[in-house]
Unconditional design. Structure first.
Length: 485
C-alpha cells in the first residue's frame, strides 16, 4: 500500500492550463478559428476585440524575430475575493480539452478541407499588387471554374471590368496578373486550355531533367499529335528513341488535367493552409505568422466590473458567494485561454525562426540539395524547448515561401555521413537514389546491392538496408517488379 501511494505521488500531471496550451499548439491554423468560436460560446467572460491592457496583435504584425516577453496584466488581481473563495480551486469549470491527455493525438493532419476559392484567395493575399492589379486579380479568380480553368477570353474580362467596375485595362495587363495566379497551388490552376494546364505543371518539375524538357517541347510544339497519339510523327520530327518517348508519356499521364477538382468531388479539395509566411526582402528573409493565428481577444470589462460590484456586496450571502465563484471561474478561464493563445503564437514563431536559421540556405534559394540534416532535437536545443513541443509544431504546421507551401515535417531529415566526413541530408540521398532508378536500364533494373555500391562510390556511406528503406519511402518497388520487356 505504501509503494502504491509513493508511485501515485511521483506521477507527473498536466494542469488544465498546460493541457489547453498543448491542444491549441498542435491544431492547424485552419482549425484555430473554430476552436476560438467554441470558447467564445461557452465563456461569456471572453470577447472579441482588442484590449489596451492585452494587445496581442501588435507583437505579430511586423516581421522579425520572436519576442518572448509577456506584457499581460490582470486587472482583477487587486480585487480581494479571498473571503468568498477560501480553499476553492475552481474545479467546477471544465475547460475545452480538460482531462487526460492522449499522446496518440500528437500528430495532426496538416491538410484541411476548404474550397478552391478559399485556397486561391489565401495565396492571392501574399502578392504585392497595385489597386488596379488587385481588381484584375479578383476578376480573374471569379472567372475560375470548378475544374480550375479560366475559359472566358481575356478581352471578355477586360470588357467586364470596364462595364461593371468602370476600370479600364487592356488584355496585356490582365495576362500579366493571370501569370501570377498561375503560380498558385494546385499546379495548373488558371489555365485557359488543357495544353496550357499541362505546361504549367511541367514547368514546376525539375527542369534539369532532360525528359521533363522533352515533355515540355512535345506539349508545346506537338500537342495535337500527342493528344491523338501520333507518336510515330513525334519521333520522326524530334528523332527520339522509343525509351525516351515512353519516359515522356509516363511523366505527362501523371499530370492532373483538372487541377481544381478531385475525383468524385468538385466542390472541396484538400489544400495546405500556411501557418507562416516567409518573404525574401532584398536578400533578407522575413518571417510572419498567418494573421489567423493572432485573433483579437479580450476579457469582458462588464464581467470584470460585475466581480468588482459583488466584492462590495454582502459577503455572507451563500447564493452571492456561488455567483462570485462562477464569475471568477469564467474570468480565470478567459485569462488562461488568452494566455494560451499568446503562448501558442510565441512558440510557433520561436520554433519557425529556429528552423529558418538552421535551413537558411534552402529558404534563400529553394535548392533542395542545400537542406541540412536536421532532427527535432536540433531545434529543441537551439531554443531550449522540449522535443515533444517541437514535434507538435512540426507535425501540424506549414510555411508559405516564394517556392511554394511546405509542411514543416519536410525540413526534418536524418543525416548520412560522406567520405569527406560531412553529413548530408537523407533527402539529398533519396533524390540521387531516385535519379539512379529513373535512369536504370528497365530490362535489367538495379538491385539494392548495386544501388548501395553506386552510392558508396559517390562517397555516401550507406548500407543496403538503408537503401531499401529509402526506396520503400519513395514508393519504388524492388528491382524484380521494375523489370520491363
Amino acid at each position: 500500500m505504501q509503494k502504491l501511494s509513493l508511485s501515485q505521488s511521483l506521477q507527473q500531471k498536466l494542469s488544465p492550463q498546460q493541457i489547453q496550451f498543448i491542444k491549441l499548439l498542435q491544431i492547424p491554423t485552419a482549425e484555430l478559428e473554430t476552436r476560438i468560436e467554441e470558447e467564445l460560446e461557452i465563456n461569456p467572460a471572453l470577447e472579441e476585440g482588442m484590449d489596451e491592457e492585452y494587445d496581442t496583435k501588435d507583437e505579430f504584425d511586423e516581421p522579425g524575430e520572436f519576442d518572448d516577453k509577456d506584457e499581460y496584466t490582470d486587472r482583477n488581481d487587486d480585487l480581494d475575493i479571498d473571503g468568498y473563495l477560501a480553499n476553492d480551486e475552481f474545479a467546477g469549470y471544465k475547460m475545452q480539452g480538460d482531462g487526460s491527455y492522449n499522446e496518440e493525438d500528437r500528430e495532426m493532419p496538416i491538410a484541411t478541407m476548404s474550397s478552391l476559392m478559399d485556397s486561391l484567395m489565401q495565396q492571392f493575399g501574399y502578392l504585392r499588387l497595385t489597386d488596379e492589379q488587385r481588381a484584375i486579380g479578383l476578376q480573374l479568380l471569379g472567372s475560375i471554374e470548378n475544374d480550375g480553368y479560366i475559359r472566358r477570353s481575356l478581352q471578355a474580362i477586360v470588357n467586364d471590368m470596364a462595364f461593371s467596375q468602370n476600370i479600364f485595362v487592356d488584355a496585356d495587363e490582365v495576362e500579366d496578373v493571370l501569370h501570377k495566379i498561375q503560380t498558385f497551388d494546385p499546379p495548373g490552376i488558371g489555365a485557359r486550355d488543357l495544353q496550357e494546364c499541362l505546361l504549367l505543371q511541367l514547368r514546376r518539375k525539375d527542369l534539369t531533367d532532360p525528359y521533363v524538357q522533352l515533355a515540355i517541347r512535345i506539349i508545346n510544339e506537338f500537342f495535337d499529335e500527342f493528344s491523338k497519339k501520333h507518336y510515330d510523327k513525334i519521333q520522326r520530327r524530334l528523332n527520339v528513341s522509343d525509351e525516351a518517348l515512353k519516359r515522356v508519356v509516363e511523366i505527362i499521364i501523371k499530370l492532373n488535367p483538372k487541377p481544381g477538382s478531385v475525383e468524385g468531388d468538385d466542390s472541396a479539395v484538400q489544400y495546405l493552409m500556411p501557418d507562416f509566411l516567409l518573404t525574401n526582402n532584398g536578400g533578407k528573409l522575413e518571417l510572419t505568422l498567418n494573421s489567423r493565428n493572432a485573433p483579437e481577444l479580450k476579457i469582458s470589462r462588464s464581467f470584470a466590473d460585475m466581480l468588482d460590484t459583488y466584492d462590495r456586496s454582502n459577503k455572507t450571502n451563500k447564493s452571492l458567494k456561488e455567483t462570485v465563484s462562477f464569475v471568477k471561474q469564467k474570468l480565470d478561464a478567459a485569462k488562461w485561454f488568452i494566455d494560451a493563445i499568446k503562448q501558442r503564437q510565441q512558440t510557433l514563431l520561436k520554433t519557425m525562426n529556429a528552423i529558418v536559421r538552421y535551413q537558411y540556405d534552402f529558404f534563400l534559394t529553394g535548392d533542395e540539395n542545400k537542406l541540412r540534416p536536421m532532427i527535432l532535437k536540433d531545434i529543441a536545443q537551439m531554443i531550449d524547448m522540449d522535443v515533444s513541443t517541437i514535434s507538435r509544431v512540426a507535425n501540424s504546421k506549414a510555411v508559405q515561401t516564394e517556392f511554394g507551401i511546405y509542411p514543416l515535417k519536410y525540413f526534418f531529415s536524418e543525416g548520412i555521413a560522406t567520405d569527406s566526413g560531412e553529413d548530408v541530408s537523407s533527402r539529398e540521398v533519396k533524390n540521387i537514389l531516385k535519379d539512379m532508378i529513373d535512369t536504370e536500364p528497365k530490362v535489367n533494373p538495379l538491385s539494392d546491392d548495386k544501388l548501395e555500391k553506386m552510392l558508396n562510390d559517390r562517397g555516401y556511406n550507406i548500407a543496403r538496408r538503408t537503401v531499401a528503406k529509402y526506396r520503400e519511402q519513395l514508393n519504388i518497388p524492388v528491382a524484380r517488379l521494375r523489370k520491363q520487356l
